[in-house]
Design a protein around this ligand. Structure first.
Ligand code: ADP
Ligand code: MG
Length: 282
């Protein structure tokens, strides 16, 4: 059984990386696959806000720094979510001490973390894991922890918001990383005004322009543009309501669309992309 792996990346924060990572991972486990989702965004951890984190489970940071075993840092969330497959989640430590610690680490430690990440991937092939899909949510930008993930995964999915700042930064980022790593690079546009992409011809025209822009900047045609996800105001409204519940001391969590609303455009767009993301034929 082969392990397919995907890094979720971006130039800027707040473009939808974590939402996309969680929704893809949950969908795969929902249809019976064996999946692992890692929060490698050590600067802005957020994967735990989608799940009920078991406080007994240690942080992914601890495993990568060689302080804990992989078994102690992964939580199987499939029973609570009622998923027919398996979903293991590794969480990043959100405490300021831990975030600062990982920002300041030296090159030797960063290489050690890469070695442990590769070891983790090997461990995923063994029982009880036997993982088929590994999805890693990364920090924005090109810090060492993100580059480590790119070195350890098969494909790189860049999420863009299509502002000038984001387009410029993303093509710089892909160009620079491609020169060093030669990773398969995929681009998905999120948070796009719905009205702007109502017509298919308009979408295709803009897609061509984006691919041309990247090709000019990178000097090679390496970027595959995958598609569009519109801004969903209902999602933003639900998030606001959940935040109010949280403020009132009530139980609240982030919505996972592929689980709760599989027919929603956010879910269907991601589900349709899965074979391409993991380089599967047919
Ligand atoms: N297509 C979308 N429509 C509406 N809101 C979205 C969409 N994609 C993401 N969001 C919201 O945008 C915010 C940032 O998303 P998040 O996944 O946390 O981004 P990142 O991980 O890149 O920082 C969240 O509040 C999320 O719910
Ligand atoms: Mg995030």
């Amino acid at each position: 059984m082969s392990l397919r792996s995907l890094a979720i990346l971006s130039h800027k924060g707040g473009v939808g990386k974590s939402s996309i990572a969680v929704n893809i991972a949950v969908h795969l486990a929902k249809i019976g696959k064996r999946v692992c989702l890692l929060d490698n965004d050590f600067h802005g951890p957020s994967i735990m806000t989608f799940f009920q984190r078991d406080p007994e489970v240690n942080w992914l940071n601890e495993y990568l720094l060689g302080k804990e075993t992989m078994d102690d840092c992964l939580q199987n969330v499939s029973p609570t979510l009622g998923l027919s497959g398996k979903l293991w989640v590794g969480y990043a430590d959100p405490t300021p001490e831990s975030i600062q610690n990982l920002i300041r680490i030296d090159q030797k430690t960063s290489i050690k973390m890469l070695q442990n990440l590769i070891k983790l991937k090997k461990g995923f092939k063994e029982k009880p894991y036997e993982i088929e899909y590994l999805i890693v949510d990364c920090s924005p930008g090109t810090g060492y922890s993100t580059v480590n993930v790119m070195l350890a995964t098969d494909s790189s999915l860049f999420i863009v918001k299509l502002s000038n700042a984001d387009l410029f930064g993303t093509s710089q980022m892909i160009a620079g990383l491609y020169k060093q790593l030669k990773n398969r690079s995929l681009v998905l546009a999120n948070l796009i005004p719905k009205e702007a992409i109502q017509s298919d011809t308009r979408k295709q025209d803009i897609q061509k322009l984006i691919e041309k822009r990247f090709t000019v900047d990178i000097g090679d045609k390496i970027v595959e543009f995958l598609g569009w996800i519109p801004t969903d105001f209902e999602l933003q409204n639900i998030e606001f309501q959940e935040a109010v519940k949280h403020l009132q001391g009530q139980e609240s969590s982030r919505i996972i669309y592929t689980l709760e609303q599989p027919e929603h455009v956010f879910s269907t767009t991601l589900i349709d992309l899965i074979p391409t993301l993991f380089g599967e034929v047919g």
